[in-house]
Design a binder for this molecule. Structure first.
Ligand code: ZN
Length: 131
């Protein structure tokens, strides 16, 4: 019977999944990839105490922490925090890319990168052009 065959196929699919998926423990967003093209983890996601956290939630957390920390201008510190987070996460990205993500100027990013390098939080960039 055709129905029986399809049932068997379904079971086989569960035994050997064709895709891998991840779910963010914070916002419940999920991503999936074909098994043969699945990354070790989705781009930018991290695993914290056995729970996955998507990139967006990580950014939100860094920014919320920054905004609630000091009595300083909330928006500015959120942006600073996001910029620092992106610099530390992807130090090889150009200032232009980081600036786009953090919605600020490249000059701002360059300065923040220098500060992080001076503080020893970032390795000296391989790509940095000699001034
Ligand atoms: Zn999330």
């Amino acid at each position: 019977m055709p129905e029986d065959n399809s049932t068997i196929d379904d079971v086989a699919l569960i035994d050997a999944p064709r895709s891998r998926s991840w779910r963010c423990s914070d916002c419940n967003v999920s991503v999936s990839f074909a098994a043969d093209r699945a990354p070790i983890q989705p781009d930018g996601w991290v695993k914290k105490s056995n729970k996955w956290l998507c990139l967006r939630c990580q950014r939100e957390r860094v920014m919320d922490r920054a905004a609630s920390g000091t009595g300083a201008d909330g928006w500015a510190s959120r942006r600073e925090a996001l910029m620092e987070f992106e610099l530390l996460r992807t130090p090889d990205e150009s200032d232009v890319v980081i600036a786009k993500r953090a919605n600020c100027s490249t000059g701002h990013v360059r300065k923040a990168r220098q500060t992080l390098i001076t503080a020893g939080k970032l390795p000296k960039s391989k790509k940095s052009k000699a001034a």
